[in-house]
Ligand binder design. Structure first.
Ligand SMILES: [Zn+2]
Length: 111
């Protein structure tokens, strides 16, 4: 299980800004991000998905069952995180592509 460095954690918090997500969802996203960073060994700047404000997010279209993949441009089925009580959360959605997963949905909006 990978973890963000304190600096990456702080930058994640800054980029997430005022978007409302539960702590559990935030932890899922951090975990996901840490795994991505570990896999890609890319700096945080190469992961643009979090650089979005509430106003910008509000203008995005509601997510359907499938989302456009940031990697290959095709449509893939969206997978959602699961809350501690086992219910599926629509706050953060991901697609899998070629063995990696990518964050594509925040708060029900496709990025
Ligand atoms: Zn893809």
């Amino acid at each position: 299980m990978n973890k963000l460095t304190p600096q990456q954690d702080q930058r994640f918090e800054n980029k997430l800004g005022t978007i409302f997500v539960t702590n559990h969802q935030k932890e899922l996203a951090k975990q996901h991000l840490a795994d991505e960073l570990k896999q890609a060994e890319d700096p945080m700047e190469d992961i643009p998905y979090f650089a979005i404000g509430n106003r910008e997010l509000a203008q995005k279209k509601p997510a359907g069952t499938h989302a456009t993949c940031p990697k290959c441009g095709k449509k893939h089925k969206i997978k959602y995180g699961t809350g501690k009580d086992g219910t599926e959360s629509t706050s953060l959605g991901f697609v899998d592509c070629k063995g990696k997963s990518y964050l594509v949905v925040i708060n029900g909006k496709e990025l």
